[in-house]
Design a protein around this ligand. Sequence first.
Ligand SMILES: *Cc1c(COP(=O)(O)O)cnc(C)c1O
Length: 374
Amino acid sequence: MVIQFIDLKAQQVRIRPQVDAAIKRVLDHGAYIMGPEVYELEKQLAEFCGVKHAISCANGTDALGLGLMAKNVGPGDAIFVPSFTFAATAEVVAWMGATPVFIDSLEDTYNIDPISLELGIQTAKKLGLRPAGIIPVDLFGQPVDYDAIQTIADEYNLWVMADGAQSFGASYKGRKVGNIGDMATTSFFPAKPLGCYGDGGAIFTNDDELASIMKSLRVHGQGTDKYDNVRIGMNGRLDTIQAAILIEKLKIFPEELITRQKTADAYNNGLKDVVQIPYVMDGVTSAWAQYTVCLPNGINREKLMIDLKEVGIPTMIYYVKPLHLQTAYKHYPTVGALSVCESLSNKVLSLPMSGYVNKQCVILKTLEALNFNA
Ligand SMILES: *Cc1c(COP(=O)(O)O)cnc(C)c1O
């Protein structure tokens, strides 16, 4: 029996007829670009998050880029990002000619460390940079401690753009991801909690002015009509077919979030005595993009992965190398040594996660493999 790391097939079997019908409707009406499904999806996403504006776009990276463009980020600006994240978070900062300043993470939640963030702001000032904004990342699906981050943002007059690429569907103290910070982004890459069948993304805000600027930026900085260009923008639209697919997937998404939580609960119970299980803060729910444990010292991670693969359990390492050690990013400033990021990258391991996992099987085989290694 082979378990899928993210079981997109089981989900597709469940909704294939609805998806086929949705795609057929788009082919029939022919509005492939900015068709009615795009606007319908945006309405549903905004309702789901309880936020005023949901602006769909081509992918989660463009969502971050649109936010930075709307904030007029440029050379001399310092933008604070965790180093333990996917490259896109820092990449968009470099696009704008601004400077990503890499911040350390917390050992237990894997998210950005507020104390390291404050030190990072001082570091940026010493380097003659202008602290402009923070991009906290809800790593593996759990929202950052936004109250702590917002306090620092207020003190230094910084904006907050939440990178919720992995956390769509999660909540922080009663607020859904999307309705947090000045702006929040997400990705609909197939493997994310809410994924389409291609690339897709969205950016959320309660700010009317930011929303209208980002809608303009998404279509080449358009003004009153298509051929009136009032700012430098991009082609950042979401395809109508992807919107149609997402509308169908959003219908079963609340149920899938519950199943993901049940899988995480079962993993927690089954594995808590042998590995460091993921810690979720009080008042916070995770979307469980990944279920990521920390292996104890002395476990050979590579051998464990091979042993698990042999018994049909795929595992992944997110992330093997923090960004501040990557060729493209190592010349950017950091707050000291980022020792937590570096230690996490050496001991994390992600187990199969989706709304459709045979959790008992994974737990059993993981326990067996760990004993074998001990
Ligand atoms: C996936 C991801 C992105 C980028 O999303 P794409 O849709 O692939 O462009 C950005 N940030 C984080 C943290 C991600 O996991």
